[in-house]
Design a protein around this ligand. Structure first.
Ligand code: SF4
Length: 114
């Protein structure tokens, strides 16, 4: 296993605390605490380019400071390896790496309260 794969595994392992959470609970945490919601409220949304990779770079600083990153990532993993728009705590390659480790740990739907 490479060092990168190990760190994907660590990220996936840290999400085990959400194994018993429902999708509704995760969605609620993101809606209430997600930084992306707050920038929309304050009008500080980045000037989107319409190009996914560029727009994900614009969103990255917002996600980096987000207090519910882990719940957001767990929610996205539950959605089946579909990155939700340009927002997200990981870039696409890292997301897919964590997804592989997450499925290996908990199965395709993440166990717990789906
Ligand atoms: S990690 Fe990013 S996409 Fe997820 S809730 Fe936070 S700001 Fe929004």
């Amino acid at each position: 296993m490479t060092g990168e794969a190990l760190s994907f595994g660590r990220v996936a392992a840290a999400l085990d605390r959400y194994a018993g959470s429902t999708v509704e609970e995760l969605a609620h945490a993101v809606r209430v605490g997600g930084s992306c919601g707050w920038v929309e409220t304050t009008g500080e949304v980045p000037e989107w380019t319409g190009e996914d990779r560029a727009d994900r770079r614009l969103a990255a600083p917002v996600c980096a400071a987000c207090p519910v990153q882990a719940a957001c990532l767990e929610w996205q993993l539950r959605e089946g390896c579909e990155v939700l728009g340009v927002w997200g705590p990981l870039d696409e390659d890292a997301f897919r790496g964590v997804f592989a480790c997450w499925v290996e740990r908990r199965g395709r739907h993440g166990g717990g309260g789906r």
